[in-house]
Each structure stands twice: as C-alpha cells, then as structure tokens.
Design a protein around this ligand. Structure first.
Ligand code: URP
Ligand code: ZN
Ligand code: ZN
Length: 499
C-alpha cells in the first residue's frame, strides 16, 4: 500500500501569493491522496501509486472559468453548440478544472425549475468540478423572495443580470430590488452593463440606412453605452453598499469608471476576456457575414482598449480573466439564421474560448512580459475562487485544498486550430495563432484527466461544488448608515419581522 495516490515531483509550484505552504515559484513535490493535496515540500519522502516527473514544468492551480455559457439558450433563444460534456472536456484540455456557467431564467420561467433542470444536465455530463450562476430576468416575489434566497443558501452564491438585450434586461427599479436581495443574502451580482436604449437607437438608424454588416454591431454597441451603464449600476450598488462584478469589460471608459468608483469606496470588481485583449473591431470587418464570428457584446474595441485592459489586469482594476465562451456555430443555428441576409442585429452574440483562454493568457500575458506568473495564477484561478466563494477549497496549491492542478510546459508551442480544439463550435477566432506554453497534464480532484493529449474522464465524473459567501462580502467593512437604512427599507414588512 502506497503512502500517496499520486506525487508530482520536481516541478516549480506557482501560487498567486506566498501565503500557501509552497512558496511562490519553489521547486517542490506535491502529494495527493484521494481528491486532496496532502503534502507539499522538497524531496517528499514516501511512495505513491503514480509518480509524475514535473522537472522543468510549472505546477499551477487548475484554472477556474467563472463566465462561460454552456448548454444554455441565449436571450434570442439560440442554443449553443456545447453541452456540459463537450464544454467540460474542452475546458480540461485548456488547463481549466472548474467551470461556472449559467442557469438562465427566461421570462415566465420559474427560477427554481431552471436551476434544478440545469443541475441535472451538469450532474450527468461534466468531467470536471462545476457550479453555476443564475441569470435572472424576472423580479416577481416568487423569484426574488423565495427561489433566489433559497438557491443562494444552497450554494449558488452569484447571479447575473442584464442591462441590455430586450428579452433579458431588467430596469433600474428591478436592479435595485436585486441589489437589495444580494446585500441581504451576501451574493455576488454579475452585471452585463450596456445601455440598451443607446444600442437600440443607433441600431435602428443604421439598419434604416442599410448598414447591416457585422462590423456595425460594433458601431451600435458604442463604448459610451458600456461606460454609462457601468457608471449607473455602480451608483445603484452604492445605495446598499453591495459588491458588484462588471463582467466582460471591454472599453477604456468602463475601465476608468470602475477605477474611479473604487477610489470613492464603491465595491466594484471587474472581469475581462481574452478576445478583448487580443482581437479588435477590425476582425469584424470581413466580407459578407464572416465577421459575425467576431461579434460579441460588448464588442471588440481597438488597440488602445487592449493596452488599457492589460494594464487593468496587471494593476488590480480587473480581478478575473474569463472566457465568456458563447459557442454559437457559424450557421443558421447561431450566427447566421438568415444566411447572407442576416443583419448584425440577428446574429447570436459571443464567441468560443474555453480551451484557448489560459494558453492565450499565458503566452501573451506572461510570455509577453505583461504579467508575472503569480498574476497569471491569480487571474486564471485564485481570484475566481475568492470572488465566487470557492476559496480556500480551490484556486491554489495548498494542504487540504482540492487537487486541481495543471502541469504546464512553458516552452511548448501549439498552433490553435478548430480541428485540434475540443469544443463543438466549428470555428475559433484564433485559427492559426501559435501560443507558447501549454498545460500538458491536468489533474481534477486527484484524477489525471488529461495527459499525452488524451482524456481519461467519464461523463458525470465532475462534482457539484456548493459555494460559500463571495469574499467581497466577508471583508470587514463598516456599512454606512445610509446603506443600512436603505437595506432595511428594501425588506418587505414580513421580512423585517425576521431580521
Ligand atoms: O456576446 C456575448 N458576450 N454573449 C454571451 C452572452 C453574454 O452577454 O455574456
Ligand atoms: Zn454578458
Ligand atoms: Zn457571457
């Protein structure tokens, strides 16, 4: 009988900070028993059923992707190409060991039923650990005062709301209702911040004049619409002093709005995605409808935005780098429902990125001298775990943590192609791009699920992870008398009796 199930020997262990047992970038062995890390140190004594020689490799926490759309209907009612199996497999090959997609409530649906149905899909198919957020499109009493609090208390401690998309958006009054519940229940609100009316107004006029090509998607989702909505939701959140996460930040103006708001004490956090760092609006400007492959919301911006976002990642304005994987095929099921007659308003929004997320961040961020290895780990795993209530169980290499580990060869060059990626989308916006650095071995809860380019994991072998209180809610902080007053005011009389 061996002392351990698995030992990773001689790799360079990288954590986001030095607070874990393994110092940052220390050559060390990592021992695993069952699903946990049980020993870390140089030249660990003891035998193991399996030994991995990680000499010359980086041993890093498996990535966590807290913004991806999997087996989910879009606002337009389009189904993405990836189910929980293909998405989780694709994530695993890209060094990600936990995904947190969305159970989406469309108007008229019961939030509870949406969540239960989605949980069942995940339970049967995911090959890596998972959780999910909720998407809220209704604020009726059953949703807001029964289903949502119950779901939060059962470990679904975050949810997303939309300020745009006619079919999903909630108005400011509803936003206040939602923020009040989040403050009381200690959940994290993720916000898709774009001003719907600006987009609608500009789109209408573009279409009337015959400007229908994909690139006009970018024109209609003008940066000031993102900045205005970002500013607005931050100000609304200040009424209750409740944290908000602005997802998929793309515009310089939105980024500086977040920065400025934080200086005056707003609890605002930010996320961006690889496509905003590596692609620009020029990518949408292709013949015919081809540019639809590059349409996402908010849209791709320019080189200046790219530089600002890299800076935002490095200086802590943005906490997480997520894929926003939105796997719509370039056919009538997704991007071009009306073939070459499809206008920019009719194209499914979003692009794939689950598998490429971390290799791109590593290659362009660390390899490009923009991020340290420690920042890479923070942005790919640790900060996700903290922001979404999974830390210290996940997001670092430490005693007692889940053995979710990606062993990277920092020198390996890989050319990204649709044929070699594992999603079902049928195209990649990064076709032909060569990255340097690749996660060769991926370990999920102690199981070696990817090695030698092969998968060894059955559908349903991933586990649901009930999440705790997001870290922004746990930071000691004096809630202002104003926020306390408005939080109380937000409670119904019935609820006031119970608090
Ligand atoms: O364009 C995008 N990002 N599509 C996915 C849905 C969303 O808003 O995140
Ligand atoms: Zn969004
Ligand atoms: Zn999204």
């Amino acid at each position: 009988m061996s002392d351990f199930d698995l030992i990773i020997r001689g790799g360079t262990v990288v954590n986001a900070t030095q607070t874990c047992e393994a110092d940052v970038a220390d050559v060390a062995d990592v021992a695993i028993r069952g699903d946990k890390i049980v020993a870390i140190g140089a030249h660990l004594a003891g035998s193991a059923a399996r030994v991995i020689d990680a000499t010359g490799r980086l041993v890093m926490p498996g990535g966590i992707d807290t913004h991806c759309h999997v087996e989910q209907l879009s606002g337009m009612g389009r189904m993405g190409a990836d189910d929980w199996y293909s998405a989780s497999v694709s994530a695993a090959f890209g060094g990600t060991t936990m995904i947190v997609p969305f159970a989406a409530q469309h108007r008229g649906n019961s939030l509870r039923k949406v969540a239960d149905d989605y949980a069942e899909l995940a339970r049967r198919k995911s090959v890596i650990d998972y959780s999910y957020h909720l998407i809220l499109s209704e604020t009726d009493p059953q949703t807001l005062h029964t289903d949502l609090p119950e779901l939060i208390r059962s470990g679904i401690t975050s949810f997303k709301v939309y300020m745009t998309y006619d079919q999903l958006k909630i108005d400011d009054y509803q936003l206040l209702d939602v923020l009040a519940v989040a403050a009381r229940e200690r959940a994290l609100v993720m916000v898709h911040a774009e001003n719907n009316d600006v987009i609608r107004w500009v789109s209408q006029r573009l279409l009337e004049r015959g400007y229908t090509a994909p690139k006009f998607h970018g024109t209609s989702h003008v940066a000031l619409a993102e900045a205005e909505a970002t500013h607005r939701v931050i100000q609304l959140s200040r009424l209750f002093d409740v944290p908000v996460m602005i997802v998929h930040v793309s515009a310089v103006e939105a980024l500086s709005t977040i920065q400025a708001a934080r200086k005056i004490g707003a609890q605002v956090y930010g996320e961006t995605c690889p496509h905003y760092l590596l692609l620009t609006e020029d990518d949408m400007d292709l013949p015919g409808t081809e540019g639809a492959k590059y349409c996402c919301s908010p849209p791709l911006r320019d080189a200046q935005a790219q530089e600002s976002l890299w800076e935002g990642l490095a200086n802590g304005t943005l906490q997480t780098l997520s894929s926003d994987h939105a796997p719509y095929r370039y056919d009538e099921s997704g991007k071009i429902p009306y073939g070459d007659k499809t206008t920019f308003k009719q194209m499914a929004n979003g692009m794939p990125g689950l598998e490429a997320r971390l290799p791109l961040l590593f290659s362009e961020g660390v390899g490009g001298g923009r991020l340290s290895l420690q920042q890479f780990v923070a942005l790919s795993a640790t900060n996700h775990a903290k922001m979404y209530g999974i830390f210290p169980r996940k997001g670092h290499i430490a005693l007692g943590a889940d053995a979710d580990i990606a062993i990277w060869n920092p020198e390996r060059e890989v050319t990204l192609t649709t044929a070699t990626l594992h999603d079902q989308v049928g195209y990649t916006p990064y076709e032909g791009r060569t990255v340097r650095g690749w996660p060769e071995i991926v370990i999920s809860a102690g199981r070696v699920i990817v090695s030698d380019g092969r998968l060894d994991a059955a559908p349903g072998s991933g586990r649901f992870i009930a999440r705790g209180v997001p870290e922004p809610h746990t930071v000691e902080r004096e809630v202002s008398p104003r926020a306390t007053f408005f939080r109380t005011l937000a409670l119904t009389r019935e609820k006031q009796k119970n608090y």
